[in-house]
Design a protein around this ligand. Structure first.
Ligand code: HEC
Length: 126
C-alpha cells in the first residue's frame, strides 16, 4: 500500500511538472492575446519600429520609384510620415487614408500599438 501511494505521489509530481512546462512553452510559442503585447518598455526606432516597417512597407516604398511617390526607409522619411499622420492613418486603416500594407492583411494590433507609442513619444531616432 505504501508503495502504491508513493508511486501515485511520484506520478502526480512528475505530471504537474510536465504540465507546467507545457504551458510555459505554449505561452512563448503562441504569444496570444493583447496581454502579451509589451508596449510598456521603451520602443525604439531601430529595434522595434524600423524592423516592422521593413517587413511590411519598404518593399514597395523604397528604391528609385517608390509606390505612390512615398519613399520610406530612413529615419527622416519615416518620421515625416509619422508627424503628418499618414503613417498611423494608413496602418490603422483610418478614413481618408489608403489602407496599408496594400493588398495585405492589416498589421497586427500589437505592432500598430507599438508604432503608435513611438509616434506619440516624438518619433525619436533611438
Ligand atoms: C504591395 C506594395 C505596398 C506595400 C507593401 C505598402 N504600400 Fe503604401 N502604397 C502603395 C501604393 C501603390 C500606394 C499609392 C496608391 C494609394 O495611395 O493607394 C501607396 C501609398 C501609400 C501612402 C500614401 C497614401 C496615403 O493615404 O497617405 C502611404 C502613407 C503609404 N503607402 C504607407 C505605407 C506603409 C506605412 C506601409 C507598411 C505598413 C505600406 N505603405 C506598404 C503600395 C504599398
Amino acid at each position: 500500500m505504501k508503495k502504491i501511494i508513493a508511486v501515485i505521489t511520484c506520478i502526480t509530481i512528475v505530471s504537474t511538472f510536465l504540465f507546467s512546462c507545457y504551458y510555459d512553452k505554449a505561452d512563448i510559442l503562441y504569444n496570444h492575446g493583447s496581454s502579451s503585447c509589451d508596449t510598456m518598455s521603451t520602443i525604439s526606432y531601430s529595434t522595434t519600429v524600423r524592423p516592422l516597417l521593413e517587413q511590411k512597407c519598404y518593399s514597395c516604398h523604397s528604391g528609385s520609384r517608390p509606390s505612390g511617390g512615398i519613399a520610406m526607409g530612413t529615419h527622416a522619411a519615416d518620421k515625416a510620415l509619422a508627424v503628418n499622420g499618414q503613417l498611423y492613418g494608413t496602418i490603422n486603416h483610418e478614413s481618408g487614408y489608403s489602407p496599408m500594407p496594400e493588398g495585405e492583411a492589416k498589421m497586427d494590433d500589437c505592432a500598430i500599438a507599438k508604432i503608435r507609442k513611438w509616434i506619440d513619444a516624438g518619433s525619436a531616432n533611438n
